[in-house]
Design a protein around this ligand. Structure first.
Ligand SMILES: Nc1ncnc2c1ncn2[C@@H]1O[C@H](COP(=O)(O)OP(=O)(O)OP(=O)(O)O)[C@@H](O)[C@H]1O
Length: 205
């Protein structure tokens, strides 16, 4: 695993959630679950510095507040539940994608010639993950990365993500609903209960 930085949240506060403090070591996956509207996506957006919030986030020795938002997000990369596409073809968004990553997620390299307009929601989701990882971030924030996928494809994406996370040493916050998925991928699990992130202890913890 390459030398990498830990992600540390220091009394981060947004919306109705109590202040959140936690540290993720390089290569560690924290799964975050909670009912709809409990604040999972907003917390990720605060960590990505996309919404005003209190408290601080650190990547290694770099404080979120010490760098411009776009510079922070280039390192602490958010993959939202709904991906955004701005050019006509897939290839225009994935210039740096590794062919092996495309193949791992079930595509052939010809996918780069496809029009974005033809992509299914599951194809968009998988390609948005490849795009994010191709930008060589330092940490990942994944908002329900398998929400649009069938079981077999979900397993495929999980395996690929986990392998790449371990290989690159990214600290990761992964919003997930499925307890079976959480058991498969999480090093740590926090569940939102009321206004708090509660530690869930399972066989993976
Ligand atoms: N910019 C905003 N200002 C005020 N409230 C907001 C803002 N964005 C979202 N909310 C509210 O904050 C709450 C948490 O939203 P969030 O999107 O984080 O939920 P979530 O836990 O990710 O839910 P889901 O599982 O349905 O995606 C919701 O009640 C939402 O309506």
């Amino acid at each position: 695993m390459p030398a990498n930085d830990a992600l540390h949240l220091d009394r981060l506060r947004i919306g109705d959630l109590d202040a959140v403090s936690l540290t993720l070591a390089p290569g560690e996956i924290l799964c975050l679950s909670g009912t709809s509207g409990s604040g999972k996506s907003r917390l990720l957006r605060a960590v990505a510095d996309l919404e005003p919030h209190d408290g601080e986030a650190w990547l290694g020795g770099t404080a979120q507040s010490s760098v411009a938002g776009h510079q922070w997000r280039a390192r602490v990369m958010l993959v939202p539940a709904e991906s955004h596409w701005w050019a006509d073809t897939v290839g225009e968004h994935l210039a740096d994608a590794r062919p092996a990553d495309l193949v791992a997620l079930g595509f052939t390299p010809e996918v780069l010639d496809w029009q974005v307009s033809r992509l299914s929601s599951g194809e968009q989701q998988r390609l948005a993950l490849v795009r994010a990882l191709s930008r060589e971030p330092s940490a990942l924030l994944l908002d329900e990365p398998t929400a649009n996928l069938d079981d077999a494809t979900t397993r495929r994406v999980e395996s690929w993500l986990k392998a790449r996370i371990r290989e690159r040493g990214w600290p990761v916050i992964w919003v997930a609903h499925d307890p079976a998925q959480i058991a498969r991928v999480a090093d740590h699990h926090r569940h939102i209960v009321g206004h708090r992130l509660v530690k869930e202890v399972g066989e993976w913890a």
